[in-house]
Design a protein around this ligand. Structure first.
Ligand code: ZN
Length: 386
């Protein structure tokens, strides 16, 4: 493959920038050592990055490590630009405005909405107008808008949404007509995984499993989201758990989410306890009071989730799997017990954790996605903003 000078320079620029983001204070000599670029190239690239306000010179480093004069250290400018990230539920929108590095500036949330293609642009516009009031001056201004979609997204288009009709419009295109920054659409479970990957230093590959009315997984391998041909990679709720089992709207029988979703868990608890409905709060209270029905149903759910986690872990070999479920989040011992149910020696090293962003993961995943895109760094790791 022949690479143009421009592509090589762009690549080298991203490599140098990544070193600076990773090290929070690094000298030009250290960058040259780590990247194996010559000192003249590092010097020229860092000058460009300083001109573009993406990095700045900071304190004086330790001379002893490289010898000679005490070097000037370089740091990433996390406030070089602004990011807006929205989570588009079928009856709510939550949104945050942050700096490029995820530091929060403001947030808004609207509930009891009825989101559809006829009103979505209006809702988004209202939020952007509101954020514009809080926007500080930054060198790059808004670098992008992220939308978390509860459905299947591929190549920035919404292909299928079970709860609203946004799959009947080209939302990214319509928004890019109105605003002059990139708009990135992504599936909510995928963004959850990107958040856990990007805002932690230690991972190369993670999976985040979202358990709500359905079950989905976001898979990140070396900073790259695994989406598949049509954005359907990670739709593990439709992996088959029970041969010839319960019918699923996807057309199959015995899909995992017909047995292990929170919706099923709540419905079963409500039925057995003759309640009008149940939710994670009611179930958590019941577990606190050692309600036998609640304990039995949660144990059953955990056994099924253990099968799900086992299969996902074997298939993708991530360092960590994050469980995003209101039931597991409110009862932290459940994740430990779930881990104990993983018997395979192949999984003895795997970390199993509850999500670290609670219900903000899709928003911070959006920030991560835009920052990766803007900085041209796929394996981007930033400091956890919460
Ligand atoms: Zn199914």
């Amino acid at each position: 493959m022949i690479l143009s000078k421009y592509i090589i320079r762009e690549r080298n620029e991203a490599t140098v920038l990544k070193e600076i983001v990773d090290h929070e204070g690094i000298s030009r000599a250290q960058i040259a050592q780590k990247t194996r670029l010559n000192k003249a190239s590092v010097s020229s690239i860092t000058s460009t990055l300083i001109e573009n306000h993406l990095i700045f010179e900071t304190g004086i480093g330790d001379a002893s490590s490289v010898g000679g004069r005490k070097p000037i250290l370089l740091e990433f400018n996390g406030e070089a630009g602004l990011v807006m990230a929205l989570d588009i539920g079928y009856n709510y929108i939550t949104a945050i405005l942050t700096f490029l590095d995820g530091k929060k500036i403001s947030s808004v949330s609207y509930e009891n909405l009825f989101i559809q293609k006829t009103n979505i642009l209006e809702h988004i516009d209202k939020i952007i107008r509101q954020f514009e009031l809080d926007m500080p001056e930054t060198p790059h201004g808004v670098i992008g808008l992220s939308l978390a979609i509860h459905g299947i997204v591929s190549e920035n288009k919404i292909l299928f949404t079970p709860y609203y009709d946004l799959d009947q419009m080209d939302l990214a295109h319509e928004l890019e007509e109105r605003y002059d920054y990139p708009v990135l659409l992504e599936n909510e479970a995928n963004l959850t995984a990107l958040a856990e990957y990007c805002f932690a230093k230690e991972y190369h590959s993670v999976v985040a499993i979202s358990v709500h009315s359905g079950i989905g997984a976001g898979i990140v391998i070396d900073g790259k989201l695994l989406t598949g041909k049509n954005g359907q990679a990670g739709e593990i709720g439709h992996s088959i758990l029970v041969p010839h089992g319960k019918h699923c709207p996807c057309g199959n029988n015995g899909c995992l989410e017909q047995y292990a979703s929170n919706k099923v868990l709540f419905e079963r608890y409500a039925t057995e306890r003759k309640l009008a409905f149940a939710n994670s709060h009611i179930l958590t209270e019941a577990l606190k009071h050692h309600d036998e029905v609640a304990e039995k149903l949660v144990m059953e759910n955990m056994s099924l989730m253990a099968i799900c986690v086992n299969n996902v872990a074997i298939m993708f070999n991530p360092e960590a799997i994050f469980i995003n479920s209101s039931v597991y989040r409110k009862n932290s011992r459940l994740v430990e017990e779930l881990h104990d149910k993983l018997n395979s020696f192949l999984l003895k090293d795997i970390e199993l954790r509850t999500g670290t962003f609670h219900d903000l993961a899709t928003l911070y995943g959006g920030v991560a996605n835009l920052a990766m895109n803007f900085l041209n760094i796929q394996e981007l790791h930033l400091r956890h903003p919460l």
